[in-house]
Each structure stands twice: as C-alpha cells, then as structure tokens.
Design a protein around this ligand. Structure first.
Ligand SMILES: C[S@@+](CC[C@H](N)C(=O)[O-])C[C@H]1O[C@@H](n2cnc3c(N)ncnc32)[C@H](O)[C@@H]1O
Length: 394
C-alpha cells in the first residue's frame, strides 16, 4: 500500500482540498471504509464519516489520485464498483457536478474540469513572484514587546507613541483609521485636506510597518469617500505595496445598511451622473516579509466551521448598534474583530490597534487570550476602552 501510494503522490497537484458529501454508504461499507481510513491517514488523505456525511480531506492529492486509489483498493481488496466505498464517493462527487453552497456547506463539483491552467507551477515561475515586494529590507529577527506596552491602553498620538517601540515586536495590527468623512470624534477633527490627512496617516502606518514582526499582519478597515471620489482603500493599499508589504487579500464587510443616496443632485434616472450605492466597507490585509505566520498548533482557536465560513472573503456583519451607549461614532462590531483575530492570529499573540477608539479590538483581544496594545488620542475614548476591558474580567 505504502509504495503504491508514494507513486500516486508523485503526480500531486493541489495542496489541500476538503470535500463533504452526503453519506452514500451502507453500514457494512461504512465499516470497511473506517478500517481503511486508519491506513490512509498518514498518507495525505483522511476520511471522516458518520451516518449523515462523508468528509474527505485530501492533502497534496487530487481527484485523479483519488481515482488511482480507488483502483488500487479494488485490486487489493478484490472489490467491485458496488462495494468499493472510494469509487462510490467519486461517483457521488461527480454526480454533484458543480460547486455550490448547500445548507451553508460548500459542496464539491467536478474539480478537475474546473482547472484549466496547465503547467501552473512553470507559469508561476515565468511570471515571477514578488513583483512589488522584491528588494525589501525587512529584518527577519523578531523582538519581544517591552513589558510596559503589553496589555495597555495608551492615550496619545500614535505616531509619537509607536516611535518608542522597538522594531519587529507586534504580531498583528487591526485598525480603522479616522475616515475623514466629517464625523464628530471627541478630540480630532475629521475633515482635513486630503493631502494632510494621508501624510499624517502614512506617518503612523510607517511606524506600524516598522513595529510589525516579520511574518506579522496589518489589517486596515477603510472605505472610499464616494462623494469626493477618493478610493481610500486603493490609496492605502498602494501605500503598503510601495512599502513592500505583501497584499494578502481583501475582505468585503457587508453591513447591509442601505441608507445611501440614489443619485448626485440633478441626475435622477439619467446617465448624466448616477451615484453608485454601497452598503459595505473593506478590510485590506497585508503581510510583512512572509505570508506564513509562525505559531504553535495548541494556540489555534478557530474551529472547522468558522474556518470554512470565514475564508470566503465576504462577511455579512451588522454595524455596531451601541455607539451611542459608548459615545463613539465609528466603532467596530465585536464579531468583526473576533473573525479577524481568530483567522489571522494565534492565542498569546500581541495585537495593536493604533486608532483604538472605544477599544473594541483590545476588548476582544483580551477575551480571546491575546495580548493587546491600544492607542488613541482621546482620553475619553481611552477611558471607555479601559472600562470595557475591566468588564471582561468578571
Ligand atoms: C474610526 S475610529 C476607531 C474606532 C474603533 N475601531 C472602535 O471600535 O471604537 C478612529 C479613532 O482614531 C483616533 N485618532 C485620530 N487620530 C489619531 C492619532 N493621531 N493617534 C491616535 N488616535 C487617533 C480617533 O480619536 C478615533 O477614536
């Protein structure tokens, strides 16, 4: 079995694929598959079955290999197409035909036919990786964050506060800068000339990049100001790419709040200047030096269901409804922070929010057993952030 399986692995194409199908097996077949499973688990394939469903995790194996495996099992155990469970799984998979969501689960559909690119690896090499991140000067050695900055809410200008931190000492930054839309923050204006706004923001982000660990992540929640035709999410992303961070992706935070204008004044029902409506914001995700983050397996706290759901990068989460209660006009909903922290950080990691506001990032970080550092220029907001953290202690 081992030798044959090694042969199969030589033609591997995909790193990991998880399939879930309704269980097509009788009780006897189910038992024989269970027996087989223990032999396969070290070979990059695992099958979890119960009366309702069959879950197959293929690591570095694809459906072609699953077919070879099925042939092998037929020969080895003298099975035919009716009692070879792997064959049944394959025909079930093939009968589903296309990807789709059913009862909240992603179902497999004709995987190989969807893959149209041949010699993918060669083509990747030809295109060249790291188009905009080449020749970066990031140092790989990480530092411990000084103890006086751990689990703290600090009141001050982030650019100044961050200058006191050493390089490479923060695991993950999650933040939402002031939007410059004219909101009423307690201490700072929110209607700067765009040049001044971005100069200041980038001063703070430069410090963020410096203090971020090698392999650390920075995730910025932002949205365009449509009325000024300022695509903040593009401008901010461009800044991080120019500073050689790797763009890992973008999450659309669907807030489902449809209180948007229909039209620029004077162009109702006319192509002259229709106004595009939106009910979402963006989370732009960047990595410093490496897409892969180091961490211990025992410090992972995301479960299987959460992972499957949250890697689809459109998150439908209602806006925070308690902003009046906390006296802040632009707070994160806690669920947004929960997803970011569980998907992109490990327990024990140190999380920074340089625009911490009423402290949603730091509160959730505390609840999820991460270390935190929150900075905000407003004493009032820092007080609220501290109170929210204290409330998690009881
Ligand atoms: C969009 S809010 C962040 C809200 C936060 N995510 C929450 O859940 O409450 C932006 C925050 O940045 C703060 N701020 C503005 N300029 C700052 C600066 N230079 N340094 C630190 N904080 C600043 C504002 O006081 C405001 O609370």
């Amino acid at each position: 079995m081992t030798d044959d399986f090694h042969k199969i692995k030589k033609v591997m194409t995909f790193k990991e694929l998880q399939l879930e199908i309704e269980n097509p097996l009788s009780t006897n077949e189910l038992n024989s598959l269970n027996e087989l499973n223990s032999k396969l688990s070290n070979k990059g394939l695992s099958i979890k079955i119960n009366n309702k469903s069959v879950k197959i995790l293929l690591r570095e194996v694809d459906i072609t290999q699953l077919k070879s495996l099925s042939d092998y099992i037929s020969r080895k155990y003298n099975l035919n197409k009716n009692n070879n469970p792997v064959k049944q799984i394959i025909s079930k998979i093939e009968s589903i035909k296309s990807y789709g969501l059913r009862s909240g689960k992603r179902k497999y559909v004709d995987y190989n036919k969807e893959i149209k690119v041949k010699n993918r690896k060669l083509k990747e090499v030809k295109r060249g990786k790291h188009y905009y991140t080449r020749n970066n000067f990031f140092v790989k050695e990480n530092t411990d964050c000084p103890s006086e900055y751990i689990n703290q809410i600090i009141c001050g200008d982030s650019e100044e506060v961050l200058k006191k931190l050493p390089d490479n000492c923060i695991d993950l930054i999650f933040t939402s800068p002031p939007y410059n839309f004219g909101l009423d923050y307690s201490k700072k204006d929110d209607d700067y000339q765009w040049e001044n706004y971005f100069d200041k923001l980038f001063g703070i982000f430069r410090e963020c990049i410096r203090v971020l660990k090698y392999g650390g992540r920075i995730i910025v929640n932002t949205q365009p100001l449509y009325s000024d035709y300022i695509p903040c999410h593009h401008i901010i992303s461009n800044f991080f790419m120019q500073n050689k961070l790797i763009w890992k992706g973008e999450i659309v935070w669907e807030k489902n709040n449809y209180n948007c204008k229909y039209t620029a004044w004077g162009s109702w029902k006319s192509p002259s200047n229709p106004y595009l409506k939106n009910s979402w914001e963006y989370l732009e995700i960047f990595c410093k030096g490496d897409l892969k983050k180091q961490g211990r397996v025992e410090d992972i706290d995301i479960n299987e269901e959460e992972f499957k759901k949250w890697v689809f990068s459109r998150w439908s989460i209602a806006p925070e409804r308690r902003m009046k209660e906390f006296g802040h006009p632009a707070m994160f909903p806690e669920q947004l922070v929960v997803r970011v922290l569980k998907l992109f950080s490990f327990k024990g990691d140190i999380i920074l929010d340089p625009f911490n506001g009423a402290g949603t990032t730091t509160k959730v970080a505390r609840e999820l057993n991460r270390k935190y550092l929150g900075i905000d220029v407003s004493e009032e907001y820092c007080k609220i952030a501290n109170q929210r953290i204290e409330s998690t202690l009881f």
